[in-house]
Design a protein around this ligand. Structure first.
Ligand code: C2E
Ligand code: CA
Ligand code: CA
Ligand code: CA
Length: 279
């Protein structure tokens, strides 16, 4: 390989794969430009309260409206952002959008706390909490209305540095949620030492409810674990009424999934939701 850390941020150039490489170079350059220009959009998926199913908040999920490829989902470009050091800039952009949206909803009488996915690179970035703080100030959003969703695998590799950033974010009053719970090695020691507010059970675990005999028991055990640690428990990937009934009966605090709504552009979300009086 010929190292090529040029302006496009591509780490390696494989001489035997010109076509593929130039396509990738184009995508990386386009993504970098989209992030810099703010040409990404954010969709919002409702998170509802157990049994009453009132909307309690939303998760912000990034989309890339590509000029020729259509609306791209995170699976198609977040890994490229990760490989090319674009996660901090992408996160800043999504945070800015989500907090502006929260403020706009609040001004319209809708109190919808927002959860934002915060990639691992942000936890190695000592300037991140200050930027979050200034975005909260700029949009006049109470810190407790923002939840940072983080994956365990993102913070474990450099737990020392990451925990300083986590602690600082928590110190601002931002809620912290451990995302994709149940998918990786969940080291109990770390779980207990992190200043968390919420645990979010991954949709791959939820999918076991209808699929395997032990699925319901596993989800029930994870909910109990979360509650034993005094965390709020959100179950993601609730796709149908049957799963919803099971998850309600197991005592999860909040539910999210296609059974309620897919992620929606903000204008459609407002039409979908019932207004909640602002505090
Ligand atoms: P995630 O954080 O686990 O987000 C939930 C994903 O599950 C979303 O996919 C959502 O559309 C999907 N989902 C929700 N309910 C259901 C359901 O009932 N059934 C099924 N099968 N799927 C459901 P999406 O929007 O494609 O996002 C995929 C992943 O991309 C997210 O997974 C998250 O890890 C990442 N991501 C999304 N937005 C951002 C972002 O702004 N920054 C970063 N760093 N990552 C992001
Ligand atoms: Ca080739
Ligand atoms: Ca998430
Ligand atoms: Ca997940």
């Amino acid at each position: 390989y010929l190292a090529k850390r040029g302006g496009l941020g591509i780490a390696f150039y494989r001489p035997d794969d010109d076509r593929h490489t130039s396509e990738r170079l184009t995508v990386v350059a386009e993504l970098r430009e989209a992030v810099e220009r703010g040409d990404l959009t954010v969709h919002y998926q409702p998170i509802v309260r157990r049994s009453t199913h009132e909307v309690r908040g939303v998760e912000a999920l990034v989309r890339w409206p590509h000029p020729s490829r259509g609306l791209l989902t995170p699976e198609e470009f977040v890994p490229i952002a990760e490989e090319n050091d674009l996660i901090p800039a992408l996160t800043d952009l999504v945070l800015d959008r989500a907090l502006a949206q929260h403020r706009a909803w609040l001004d319209a009488g809708l109190d919808l706390p927002v959860a934002v996915n915060v990639g691992g690179a942000c936890f190695l970035d000592a300037g991140f909490p200050a930027r979050v703080r200034s975005l909260l100030d700029r949009h006049r959003v109470e810190p407790g209305r923002l939840t940072a969703e983080i994956t365990e695998s993102a913070v474990l590799p450099d737990a020392g540095r990451a925990s300083a950033v986590l602690t600082e974010l928590r110190g601002l009053g931002v809620r912290l949620s451990i995302d994709d719970f149940g998918t990786g090695f969940s080291a109990m020691g770390h779980l207990q030492s992190m200043p968390l507010d919420e645990l979010k059970i991954d949709r791959s675990i939820t999918a076991q409810i209808g699929a395997t005999e032990g699925g319901k028991a596993v989800v029930g055990a994870l909910i109990e674990l979360g509650h034993a640690l005094r965390l709020e428990v959100v179950v993601e990937g609730v796709e149908d009424a049957a799963t919803c009934a099971v998850v309600d009966s197991l005592g999860a605090d909040r539910l999210q999934g296609y059974a309620f709504s897919r992620p929606l552009p903000p204008e459609e979300l407002v039409a979908w939701t019932r207004p909640i009086p602002a505090a």
